[in-house]
Structures are given as structure tokens and as C-alpha cells.
Design a protein around this ligand. Structure first.
Ligand code: SF4
Ligand code: SF4
Length: 331
């Protein structure tokens, strides 16, 4: 049995990986359902248990400014430390009864290479509650010449966040709202930890994009969207932000987000951030336009059957607009 780091021995045994700081009784599990107490230590019975594997367009993560037009080997575990009532992946995030298959870190990297992929995305449910596996696998991914992509709720403590970000090439972080109360009461998370995670990406030079699922009546007021945009702009005005349309899922049955609402919020947020994109809807606003000359640098049709990056010139690891030469923030 693999054992976990980040705990206080107690009694009671407390996991210190995320802000929940669960006190875990012998034989029981923490809120994420994957970290347990065995003999006074954190046990990881789901280490290497993979629920989902697929090859996705990088844009589907969503990452629009990292290796545009490439594909990524996407890997999902089970469990999550949040309980968003509209979770699109609730079958694997809120239950551990899903069928899984065991892969060692080396086997997983070998599978990515066999499939001729150049990036591995840790995604679908919440990867950070399996951080010990990530810290075993991510260095191997890099040694094999591949990139690590982390798709996360960003809700962990700063110490482990720094460790995992040291091996992260690109991250998409959910900024679910800008109300600490909504995070706590509705989602079971911690806004402060998520904000710090996004700031850390900026401080450590990790390519970061943010996603907000715009849920009518929950987080779609102008004030809340403005507050998210202002915070993200304080990290970097070049940080790409995806404002995604919600669809009913799991315990949330309200009607889907109207496309007009996404379009309006996207336009307004562009007064604070240079690259704001609508998510889950087809729109020409999915294209990246050069902020200097307005030429299309990258065009994307939804759901990403075609990504045309002919308006982007790369030289020595930097990117610029093919029309006017303006440097553009891509990796
Ligand atoms: S990672 Fe899991 S067990 Fe640890 S504090 Fe968070 S929810 Fe609790
Ligand atoms: S953080 Fe993501 S995976 Fe976890 S419950 Fe929320 S939407 Fe689902």
C-alpha cells in the first residue's frame, strides 16, 4: 500500500493536503474519498487506479495558448475534494465505485509514447488528491520529453502546490466564482487556496489559463465576473480566461447558460484581460486575435476539429503575429 505525505499524526490523524484538513478515523476516508487512515498513516488505496484515458485536442482541456492544434494524452483518476453540484464528471469525481485499471507511472508514460503523444494531461476528476502519484509520474513524463498538463480545481495548500507546479508545464485552473461563501457553502472548496494556486503559477512561470463555468443564478452577476477578471488581470493581463457555458448535470437542473450571456461577459471581460474566450459554444470569439493589429493569429472551430495557427509565427520558442510581428503569449 502506498502511503501519503502531508498529514499530522494526531490523534486524530489529519490530512493536511488541502484546506479541508480532514480528521480521518481509523479505517475511514477523507472527503475526497481516496485518502484513508491505515495504522495512523495516510494510505492511498487508489494509487495508480486510472478511470479514464483518451486522446483529446489540447483546446478541449481547455488550453488555447499552449501547443495550439496539438493532441494530448488525457488521464483521469477518481475522487475530488470539492462537491460542485453541477459537476460534469460526477460519476468519477464523487464515486469511487467506478471501474478502474492499475497503471504504474512507468506504464503510463510508456502508453503515452506508444500513442505518439507529446503531452500528458492529468484531468477529468481532481488529480491533486493523487499528488503522490503525480510526483512519481510527472518527472518520468518530462524525462521522456513530454509535457505535463494539469487540469485542476487548484484547491490545495501552498507547500504541495509548489511541489507539483515544479513539474507542470501548463495548467488550467477552475476559478469557479469569486465568493468565498459560495466556494465554501455550495462547492465545498476554498477561494483563498485557489487564488493562491493561480498566483503561484504566475510566480513560478507555469503557463496558466483559467476556466469559469458560468452558472445562471450562482456566479453570473456582472459584479462577480468583474471581480474574477480583476483578480486574473492582477496575475497577468495575458492570462487566457475561458468563460464556459454550463449544462445541467448531477444535482443542478437549472436551464443551460444562454449563449448571449457568455458572449456579453466575454466582451466585458476583454476590457481587463486580453484573451477571453467563450467555452462550450461555437463562436468566432474562440479565435485569438492579435491585440495590436486584430489579425487572426489562431482560428478554432468548435469542437476543435480544425485549429489553424497559420497567423502565428514561432522562432526560438517565442511567438508573434504573422501580420504585424507583435509578440504573442503562446508556448
Ligand atoms: S485531500 Fe482529501 S483527505 Fe486530504 S484534506 Fe483534502 S479532502 Fe481531506
Ligand atoms: S472540482 Fe471539478 S471534478 Fe471536482 S466536483 Fe467540482 S467540477 Fe467536479
Amino acid at each position: 500500500m502506498h502511503t501519503g505525505r502531508w498529514f499530522e499524526a494526531g490523534p486524530p490523524l489529519r490530512c493536511s493536503l488541502c484546506p479541508h484538513h480532514c480528521a480521518i478515523a481509523p479505517g475511514a476516508f477523507g472527503l475526497c474519498k481516496v485518502r484513508s487512515n491505515a495504522d495512523g498513516k495516510i494510505a492511498l488505496p487508489f494509487y495508480g487506479e486510472i478511470s479514464s484515458m483518451a486522446i483529446d485536442p489540447m483546446e478541449k482541456k481547455p488550453l488555447y495558448h499552449f501547443r495550439p492544434g496539438s493532441s494530448v494524452f488525457s488521464v483521469g483518476f477518481i475522487g475530488c475534494n470539492l462537491r460542485c453540484p453541477f459537476c460534469q464528471n460526477w460519476e468519477i469525481s464523487q464515486s469511487v465505485d467506478t471501474r478502474t485499471r492499475q497503471f504504474s507511472p512507468r506504464e503510463l508514460v510508456a502508453e503515452a509514447l506508444r500513442l505518439k503523444q507529446t503531452s500528458v494531461a492529468w484531468t477529468y476528476s481532481e488529480p491533486l488528491v493523487h499528488i503522490e502519484y503525480l510526483l512519481d509520474a510527472m518527472p518520468l513524463v518530462r524525462e521522456a520529453g513530454l509535457a505535463n498538463v494539469l487540469v485542476t480545481n487548484g484547491c490545495i495548500e501552498e507547500g504541495p502546490a509548489r511541489e507539483v507546479l515544479a513539474f507542470t508545464d501548463a495548467a488550467n485552473i477552475d476559478l469557479k466564482c469569486f465568493s468565498g461563501e459560495t466556494y465554501k457553502r455550495v462547492l465545498g472548496g476554498d477561494l483563498g487556496a485557489v487564488r493562491r494556486f493561480i498566483e503561484l503559477c504566475g510566480e513560478l512561470g507555469v503557463h496558466a489559463e483559467a476556466t469559469t463555468l458560468v452558472v445562471p443564478g450562482l456566479n453570473d452577476s456582472d459584479e462577480e465576473i468583474d471581480a474574477c477578471a480583476t483578480f486574473l488581470a492582477s496575475v497577468s493581463a495575458d492570462l487566457p480566461w475561458h468563460l464556459s457555458a454550463y449544462h445541467p448535470a448531477w444535482r443542478w437542473e437549472a436551464p443551460p447558460t444562454p449563449p448571449a450571456s457568455i458572449a456579453r461577459h466575454t466582451q466585458r471581460a476583454r476590457t481587463k484581460l486580453r484573451y477571453v474566450y467563450p467555452g462550450n459554444i461555437a463562436s468566432s470569439a474562440n479565435d485569438t486575435r492579435c491585440p495590436s493589429c486584430s489579425a487572426v493569429a489562431v482560428s478554432r472551430d468548435f469542437p476543435f476539429g480544425k485549429v489553424d495557427r497559420s497567423g502565428l509565427v514561432s522562432a526560438g520558442g517565442s511567438f508573434s503575429c504573422a501580420a504585424c510581428g507583435e509578440p504573442l503569449p503562446f508556448r
